[in-house]
Design a protein around this ligand. Structure first.
Ligand SMILES: [Fe+2]
Length: 129
């Protein structure tokens, strides 16, 4: 399975938020498709949704980021998708080879963290001069 390493190029310039992203990457790299793995993974994802998104939104609010509403909207969609996937998992269970969660997290990493999060990082950097 493909793994990904966090690099400085992915830094958003705030250590706590970078640590959250590193943790998510760690989860993606360590996805184990056993039953306990999925339970743990969903617990971690729910923590991520509750903790990281709030930290990030607070930061964006504190710097007056103009894209905050749209950014928050993407977080909300992600949170809804995690809940929907958890419901699905509880209803039908996922097999060891199920790729749904992995695909979902890769899409999030590539489409949100490496694009949208880096946009606010660039904006914050420009603003700080
Ligand atoms: Fe974000």
């Amino acid at each position: 399975m493909t793994t990904i390493q966090w690099t400085e190029a992915m830094s958003v310039g705030v250590e706590a938020l970078d640590d959250d992203h590193k943790h998510l990457i760690h989860l993606i790299n360590g996805l184990h498709y056993s039953d306990t793995g999925f339970v743990e993974l969903f617990n971690e994802l729910l923590d991520y949704v509750g903790g990281h998104f709030e930290r990030e939104e607070q930061f964006l609010d504190s710097i007056g980021y103009p894209g905050l509403d749209g950014h928050r909207g993407q977080h909300d969609v992600f949170a809804d998708q995690v809940s929907a996937m958890l419901k699905q998992y509880r209803a039908e269970g996922f097999t060891d080879t199920d790729q749904r969660v992995a695909d979902f997290l890769w899409t999030w990493l590539k489409g949100h963290i490496l694009i949208e999060d880096l946009k606010y990082a660039a904006w914050a950097k420009a603003k700080a001069g």
